[in-house]
Design a protein. Sequence first.
Length: 750
Amino acid sequence: MKDKITTEKMQLRIDFLEKSARRNLFGLELLNSIGELQLDASMARDQGKIIAIGLSHLKRWMDFKAMGVFMVDEADSEFVLQNSEPEEARSMIQEEINAQIENGTFAWALNLNKPLVVTAGNPSESLILHVLTSKSRVRGMFAALIDQPRKDIEETSLSVLSVILQNTAHSLEGAALYELIYDQNMNLEDTVRLRTQDLELKTIILRDEIVNRKLAEESLIIARDQAEAAARAKSEFLANMSHEIRTPLNAILGFGEILQYECNKINREDLIKDLSSIESAGRHLLSLINDILDISRIQADKMELHIEEVSVRELVQGALETVRFQAEKNRNELKATFGEPLPEMILTDLVRAKQILINLVANACKFTHEGKVEIKVSQIEVMMKPFLSFEILDNGIGILPAKINSLFKEFVQADSSTTRKYGGTGLGLPISKRLCELLGGEINVISELGKGSVFTFTLPIENSAEEDFRKGKSEFSFIYDEVSRELAGEENKILNHDCRDVIVVFEDDPIAQDLMRRLMDREGLHVEIAEDFETGIGFINSLNPIAITLELHGKKMNGWKILESLKDAHHLSQIPIIIISELDDIDQAKKMGADGFFKKPVNWDDLFLFLRSYRSLDKKTQILVVEDDKASRENLRRILNREGWDVLEASNSLNALEIIDQMKPSLILLDLVLPDMDGFDLINKVRSQEGLEQIPALVLSGKELTVAEKRNLQNKVNGVLQKGTYTKNELLATIDQLLKRSNHLVDTPE
């Protein structure tokens, strides 16, 4: 009976996740609709067609009872109803507008460049007014009736309506300017013909040409300003939509991890497979959203760079680890070679350089089957300056020479059949090219169909931001998406000390060593590897680890003898010893004093759960979650409660300030987009109050931060994690580190 109830609960949660995913897909369709509107409206030159295109896009996402467009009559400056949908609603729209003209609301709407929602003649309906205006003049007014009270209309819907109508107004202005310039050009031709007839008219004609050219220049300036305004509106819309999409998507991924954990405990492999598919689809959707936002930021010159010292070998190895699954899936051999001489470090943006490398290597692995993919790294000179060259070679399907020029165009692949067979959006290469150019390098490609491709990209070894970086004054010195890097400033010096709990690992297999180190690091633990007893006992005596893990059947060491020696050392009797072995030696190991036994392959969740009982961090502490989205708040509460932390919840800033003042939580998890006071003002108020300056704060947000917003947060929060990009274990490890370092800061004498 219990399993049946659990299954029903699982199904309800799965249904919730599917609904959330559909809502996110709907948001992406809105982005696509706005792009189509800009293209279609820019191609149309007729005023009626432009209005019809705008109304058709509005009908896609909002169920209006009736719509109407009033255009300004140039003769008497009166607003005349030109379009109405449906046609039979013409008189109804006119009556509503007449009433609004009489009470002054119509004039008020003319001065607002955003939607104005008022109650219609029927109290259960609302009337939406939005002026159609460009930089130079008011062109008309949009009016629509909707069967909803004012309070039920969502702000997000009104924002999208405003973007569509602003683009429509700009297109109307462009069409009018085009018609004006066309008529003037026709007049010029007539004037030129008359110029040959009378010399006296020549002066008049020249004056007309000057006037017309000035008018054309002014028209181009207006068109440029309109295009920039449209680009700004699109960027603002995408920034807002990124938060709206990432917040529920983060809940989907979080609940997915929780459900997989619960299903694993009750051995429901059938549900685990479905939940894994949902999580995979969610992360794929997140990658598409990130690609769209990246290309939009690049087009709007909003892409920011964080210049730092980057290890060349770590950059390459990190990219290899990321794409290794793709290579193994297609049974490809993947390797990297390094030329000599080669600098150890370069100054560049680690995240963006790694993004370029991963895109190119992942593409090579995707289009190669049972072949070879190789990264060749070397130092070259370009214009007497040192550059790092990355060559990505494969022997895959190759590319036709005629198709190479289209590779770096947005939403384009080498062949339409490529998309059908291999998938993809066509954004990876264009983003990589633009990022490479921003970093001061370039990308080239040579390929032969059926024989493979060679993509080469270069990065300057000494970036142009080197001087600012050396002085520590670069605006990019505050790195956001990596919480392990501490904020600049005197108050954070103590946090640079690695005060994580230590695990000493006796293991002589390099692959197992790397796996243990990476997974323990994500869990917030510091790992020291020992391949013999002498090295291990040195770490144990100097670092006071919370636990020791031991491989009994090593290739180079005798784990049984090490276990016996550790147990004979009386001063180590309080340190738990955990056996990790491929064989079932549990009885013998326990007889010799082992505190825990895990058989390979290890269930890492069980191991980490076992280790948490030995952690020095006091979990009986209070964490405040400030989040207006109920699903995200519930997800965080359940994750933190399962780890033993006491969770306080606030859905808005005022509630959060009351809790902080009364309870003094040990950590604040903060969303930046809140319904009353935003997260920026909230953290400013917290930091301005005596006794609250040292409470660590971690931002969990789906919002795309501007440079000004990053400066506002600098030295006020301990890190930013972007919603949808972190796993449960990474979040828990980050919280562990912040709480431990906060305790270390408090306990350390001045």
